[in-house]
Unconditional design. Structure first.
Length: 187
């Protein structure tokens, strides 16, 4: 039950840690390094909708599979960060901030509804439209024991569709993958 409860939070993080695959965005350059990955993240600016894959049994978010989730991306801080907000204003709200750390390192910090803040680092993939993130530390948890998002892949399927799978870890081991798909809201 503890694991299933945490899966919901992971689904939220997965949405935030979205990776790019097969993107048909006009003028979207392939992801060849951290700088190009960050440039692609900036193209996500706007509002997105998806569905919960699993309910949260622990935090009482009252989410059920198939319930919509809302995610927004915005470029901020003089173009130096991308802020991903998941379910703004709700108990399940989570925020992920993407930023460059020097010229060659892209980091993401996930401010999770679980109360921890895992940090992940971009790692180049063989897929030119994929953002792969690996665990690089964090705050307010012991990664050997606490449930947290540990690694994941975001794929930009098109200019209007994102697919992500992030892995939840518990007791130092991979507990479950959490897939999520988002589509850009048309206004």
């Amino acid at each position: 039950m503890k694991l299933y409860a945490r899966l919901f939070s992971v689904v939220l993080l997965l949405t935030m840690s979205t990776v790019v695959k097969g993107d048909d965005t006009p003028n979207a350059a392939p992801i060849v390094d951290a700088r190009s990955a960050f440039a692609r993240l900036k193209l996500l600016a706007g509002d997105w909708t998806g569905m919960y894959a699993v309910p949260d049994m622990q935090h009482g978010f009252k989410a059920t599979p198939g319930e919509p989730v809302h995610v927004s991306y915005r470029v901020a801080a003089n173009n130096s960060t991308v802020i991903e907000t998941y379910n703004a204003g709700q108990k399940s709200e989570m925020i992920t901030v993407y930023h460059m750390d020097g010229p060659n390192t892209l980091l993401m910090t996930h401010y999770c509804a679980l109360g921890n803040q895992p940090v992940m680092k971009f790692e180049k993939s063989t897929n030119p439209n994929e953002l792969r993130f690996v665990f690089a530390g964090g705050t307010n948890f012991d990664p050997k024991h606490a449930t947290h998002i540990h690694e994941g892949v975001m794929t930009l399927v098109s200019a209007d569709k994102i697919e992500s799978t992030f892995n939840l870890y518990d007791e130092g081991m991979k507990a479950a993958p959490v897939p999520i798909s988002l589509v850009r809201d048309k206004k």
